[in-house]
Design a binder for this molecule. Sequence first.
Ligand SMILES: *[C@@H]1O[C@H](CO)[C@@H](O)[C@H](O)[C@H]1NC(C)=O
Ligand SMILES: *[C@@H]1O[C@H](CO)[C@@H](O)[C@H](O)[C@H]1NC(C)=O
Ligand SMILES: *[C@@H]1O[C@H](CO)[C@@H](O)[C@H](O)[C@H]1NC(C)=O
Ligand SMILES: *[C@@H]1O[C@H](CO)[C@@H](O)[C@H](O)[C@H]1NC(C)=O
Length: 623
Amino acid sequence: MITNQILLLLMLSILWPSAAALPFTPGNIGNLFGMPESDGRILQRSKRGWMWNQFFLLEEYTGNDHQYVGKLHSNMDRGDGNVKYVLTGDGAGTLFLIDEKSGDIHATKRLDREEKAMYTLHAKVLDRNTNAELEPDTEFNIKIHDINDNAPKFAKDIYFASVPEMSEVGTSVVTVTATDADDQTYGNSAKLVYSILQGQPYFSVDSENGTIKTALSGMDREVKENYQVVIQAKDMAGQMGGLSGTTTVSITLSDVNDSPPRFANRKGPFSIGGAIGRIKADDPDDGRNAEMEYSIVGGHDTFNIITDQMTQEGIIVIKKALDYESKRDYEFRVEVKNTYLDARFIHGLQFKDYATVKVTVEDVDESPVFTRNPYIIEVHEDTAAGSFVGVVSARDPDADNKLVKYSIDRHTDLERLFNIDSMNGTITTLKALDREMSKWHNISVVATEINNPRQTTRVPVFIKVLDVNDNAPEFAMSYDTFVCESIKAGEVLIQTISAVDTDEPLVGHKFVFSISASNPNFSIEDRDDNTANILTRRGGFSRREMSMYFLPVVISDNDYPIQSSTSTLIVRVCACDSQGKMQSCNPEVLPFSDGLTTGALVAILLCVIILLNFGLYCTLDGD
Ligand SMILES: *[C@@H]1O[C@H](CO)[C@@H](O)[C@H](O)[C@H]1NC(C)=O
Ligand SMILES: *[C@@H]1O[C@H](CO)[C@@H](O)[C@H](O)[C@H]1NC(C)=O
Ligand SMILES: *[C@@H]1O[C@H](CO)[C@@H](O)[C@H](O)[C@H]1NC(C)=O
Ligand SMILES: *[C@@H]1O[C@H](CO)[C@@H](O)[C@H](O)[C@H]1NC(C)=O
């Protein structure tokens, strides 16, 4: 029954949304009006008959007395003091006090919505005498109303952002956002408006969302690179009395390639020291936008230009040796342009620049140059002291071709084996050289410009002591050579011979074999590998006619000095079987059988031949 309900009487202006934005004062809240009982729409909202289950209270109340919240009322209450109102729940008895007779609720201290925005409480109506419950326990809320007690705050005190120089007006740079702790859903306490306090006319800020944009065209990094922009956010929709917060935005213009490189000095002189010269164009851009490429206009036979990637300098390099004598002055044009061009900033040919480079070739005082480096000289052993070894020669490459004198670095010739003629570079021996002591004498010869002793050049001279070839080659072994009586006519191989030489030339032996070309019986074929084949020239050999042939073979070496000898190959004539295998070599008929044995006869003949060839002494051993 409605008549048995407690009515919560509240101010209309607070409850109805259309009135929610109106400013109100604690005084307003204090005026509570009873709600018409006949308002069925509202009554249906509460089964229990609590028509209103919310009170509203302004936060941060600064009055001295307790702030009035509202009044509980039951129509069981006839005003005779027989009912008692009881409050329980969040803050009941401490924050919120109820007058148990009148039902008036007061807040005992100021409340902060940002701390706790709503309190939930329970109300009861009791019979004062019996303590019987006249109305059941009912829940209601006290909501704390916002006032603008929080200023907007930016997430950062300082923001960093960059935008390309030369950007169009209205290019977004960065969005800065502030927050406000006040109630977003109520009033204007958290309604922010952005404005720019510092940074005009270069930048602007979108008042609603804090987006910073460029506001001026043609902003040039090369003129001013950094801007400090101050942005303010103000609540109460930016109106007077609103609270504000600010932040600083450090905006850097990033580089675009809007400047071509320029030679500061287009005519030189550019320093070309020695083989390398450098020139440099200036480019106010930054990083890759300042990277440049140099080239020689039309190319050049003698010079080239390359870019030093570290310094962006052009390095002039020499493609081929400069000859001071033939041409001393060169002039060419060098072109420079950016490696990475930006199509927006290419106007005509101005993205290139030119400089004229003049090169003057200087005669550098260079040290003497030897005709060879190193020198390798061969000298024969057993040469007497004072013998010629070899000649070294150096000349001053400079145009004035100063005189040069020679000396041996004595540290490289401690035994003082060599001497050098200081004027003509002739090296001679001071002592006889013994190959068995050392096969190499490696010395250093120094050439010094006579007028300028600091211009010196050393050259190694490797002196190789050669073995003297004092032995002739001879047969490597004794050969038992025979020819079959039955041998076919024509050239048939009967023996391969080789030779030895007790000398040891460094390059190895090379023997040449020969016999008399007019010999009708045998021929020789040099195999070019230090062996030779002995061939027959005819058939029809007969023991009866000639049981043994003495074939002189001349063997020579190609060492220094050439040595040759004649070794005699004895070729016996033998009876052979059909396979050419030797059967018997005894002479069938002995023409001289009066007193001399065959052996003695052979010995005599051998002696004759040896005597003929070598003039050696030999004895007869007759039986
Ligand atoms: C801010 O608003 C402007 C125009 O009102 C819009 O162009 C821009 O995209 C907005 N920026 C952000 C970050 O919402
Ligand atoms: C070098 O000079 C010496 C004397 O100083 C002379 O005996 C020699 O023949 C000269 N040699 C040459 C190659 O001119
Ligand atoms: C001298 O030089 C030659 C050639 O370079 C080398 O073979 C030899 O070992 C050297 N001898 C000495 C003693 O340095
Ligand atoms: C070749 O053989 C014939 C017949 O045996 C002999 O008379 C002649 O002396 C030989 N010639 C030489 C150069 O040995």
